[in-house]
Design a protein around this ligand. Structure first.
Ligand code: DQA
Length: 145
């Protein structure tokens, strides 16, 4: 299998950014956890973080052509604003899992709506970095079918 993990804006600050909301683990910790799990399953995984909407869109476009079968994405603030990321994901044929570290539904109302959820096959929120583990489990199970 081939899986792309996309992290949106400000997630490079994970571990030092509002740890009371997002936890103490760094993005490198998240990526290492996912890479270890993927390697065990013989799965090719690429992890990318960007603060730029267009760079995330370009990565989704590349995934259409390079055999990527699933995208795990935490679009961060773009979740709530980006029709462009939704459109890019709509042009991708594989599985899409949306992950949020925090439970967006118990936060400000502007975080309750997600454009990406209109495309996502599954959505995980509020489980911290365990949410990424759960997302990869789901993807690996689907790829094994
Ligand atoms: C987030 C939730 C978003 O509302 C926020 O803008 C983020 C992170 C999360 O992982 O909980 O940057 O996607």
């Amino acid at each position: 299998g081939k899986v792309l993990v996309l992290h949106g804006p400000n997630l490079n600050l994970l571990g030092s950014r509002q740890p009371e909301i997002y936890g103490d683990d760094t993005l490198e910790d998240v990526n290492n956890l996912l890479r270890e799990k993927a390697v065990m399953a013989g799965c090719d995984i690429t992890c990318l973080q960007s603060n730029h909407e267009g760079e995330l869109i370009d990565a989704i476009h590349a995934a259409r052509l390079d055999g990527t079968q699933a995208i795990i994405i935490n679009p961060a603030a773009y979740t709530h604003t980006s029709v462009a990321i939704l459109d890019a994901l709509n042009a991708f044929d594989g599985q899409v899992i949306e992950v949020h570290l925090s439970n967006v539904h118990k936060r400000e109302t502007f975080r309750h709506h997600s454009y990406v959820s209109l495309r996502a096959d599954g959505v995980i929120a509020g489980l911290g970095i365990q949410g990424y583990r759960a997302a990869l489990d789901a993807v690996l199970a689907a790829l094994a079918e």
